[in-house]
Design a protein around this ligand. Sequence first.
Ligand SMILES: NC(=O)c1ccc[n+]([C@@H]2O[C@H](COP(=O)([O-])OP(=O)(O)OC[C@H]3O[C@@H](n4cnc5c(N)ncnc54)[C@H](OP(=O)(O)O)[C@@H]3O)[C@@H](O)[C@H]2O)c1
Length: 346
Amino acid sequence: MATPVSGPKTSSQWRLRARPQGRARESDFEWVEEATPELVEGQILVRILYLSLDPTNRIWMEPVDSYLPMLPLGAVMRGVTIGVVEASRQRGFAAGDIVQGLGGWQSYYAGDAAGWSKLPRIPGVPLTAFFGAMGHIGFSAYFGLMDIGQPKAGETLVVSAAGGAVGSLAGQMGKIAGCRVVGITGSDEKCEWIQRDLGFDAAVNYKKENLSEALERACPKGIDIDFENVGGAVMDAVLGCLNLGARVVLCGLISQYNAAGPVAGPSNFIHILGRRARVQGFLVTDFSSRFGEATAQIVQWMQQGTLKYRIDLVDGLHEAPKALNRLFDGGNTGKLVVKVSDEPGK
Ligand SMILES: NC(=O)c1ccc[n+]([C@@H]2O[C@H](COP(=O)([O-])OP(=O)(O)OC[C@H]3O[C@@H](n4cnc5c(N)ncnc54)[C@H](OP(=O)(O)O)[C@@H]3O)[C@@H](O)[C@H]2O)c1
């Protein structure tokens, strides 16, 4: 049932002011306060509760179409959000519904309901989990590993950015599949977390150790699956240890997202040839028709205690531009989320 409109709200917004050169700076954004427009048929007014910060946000700032259309300068920065509907002129959405969609870096979204979906309230599951294990992050880990990586018991899986959102889940799923799992991260704390709390068999701090030597030690039988989140020097070191018939799951290349110009190709690409390895990229949306299957499996693993996740919560929309760079300097552990406003009843 649609819900009558309650009047305009003031939406605080981060708008994209300039195309970043290298890392995004706060000066690439403009803080604007604007009254929300009156809703027309087919639209909803959403108070944003949480904003997901993702490495791909940096790709969206480039002056090119990617898998989404180019974001024009002056537009509200694009972002995945969870919010509560305050007013609706769209059948199927009513005040109080908890919804997820591309609400952007702002405190209120007023616009088309198309692309928004309602989220269930599950006792014991925080809403932020729908950005993490039970959302696009968990689905990336699940389909990337299970469908593209095709893990078999006894194989060795290496995961880069293993202390981050996708990597921490992909590694645990590898353990569930019976693999030896080795994580690459950029801090001793993350190395400890993924081994002690998440059950990885070994961890390598790429900022401290010679990565090739450390991988040889940690993967005495070579590497059968590379769950690749980083690219660059990290991926090169992994490619050097691939086994015959290895699979490289190309989930992300975060080391390249801030590059101001062309980046060098993998110097160890020759191992793909010699090892008859398969490299396959994917976008999580390729699997959208199977999200239900992933949700059911992930919920079961969470209930069994075999899949754990961590939310790294930043307080306040104002912090979003600064917080985004934590993804690029390793300042986050688990899924990075900005709290924009209080959940209803809290
Ligand atoms: N294909 C898809 O559909 C899909 C969907 C979601 C995410 N992704 C990709 O998956 C990857 C992980 O995303 P996420 O959201 O889970 O982020 P995340 O892993 O939570 O955060 C990024 C992490 O990457 C590491 N990192 C950053 N720059 C690095 C560099 N130059 N060299 C080595 N490590 C670096 C940092 O950890 P350290 O402390 O270890 O350096 C950082 O914490 C990204 O590449 C992202 O684009 C793809």
